[in-house]
Design a protein around this ligand. Sequence first.
Ligand code: MG
Ligand code: ZN
Length: 215
Amino acid sequence: MKIVAASKILKANDALAAENRQKLTEAGVLAVNWMGSPGSGKTTLLEALARYWQGRRKVAVIQGDLAGSLDAQRMEALGLPVVQINTDGACHLDANMVAQALAGLRLEPGRLLMIENVGNLVCTANFDLGEHLRLVVLSVPEGDDKVVKYPAIFQTIHALVISKTDLLEQVKFHIDRVGTDLHRLNPRAPLFCVSALQEKGIAELAEWIEAHQGG
Ligand code: MG
Ligand code: ZN
């Protein structure tokens, strides 16, 4: 019997992720790994950001899903180059999948690459994809206790985006509590509050992402 330790798999992943990051950096592409639960509003937020960047910035998308291409079709409808990764049941993207997807994209200086990970707050935390920025989207209906319950992922992120803030009147959700919990684990990560539906907070988030290009 051959047993492969998880730590070895992660080490191999990290090496490949470093290659991806170098390739992207040399090409002048800023890559963002978007994580969050299924239904947290990742794709809807990416649509809103893509609309904001239309005519301003070149954007490309890698979509990770267990099956199908529903989200990729939504991004394609906005005229963006998209590569869909079907993970065949795997609950996260890894650096090898992203390396293959990168081969199908034109990497031009100034391009922003949005990588939508599989909806999952657990193991997506462990896999570096070679991105420059790691963000979690946490939606108001999911509840304000998620930072405490899933600390691993929140420790590794560069920013937290609270989405669906248009539901704050219907749902008991304390933004302050999330902010306090986040900063206990990850003191420097900023918190953004957005409503893609009402197009609130989109410009602020977009500009924060853009500011990391070339940095
Ligand atoms: Mg999605
Ligand atoms: Zn997984």
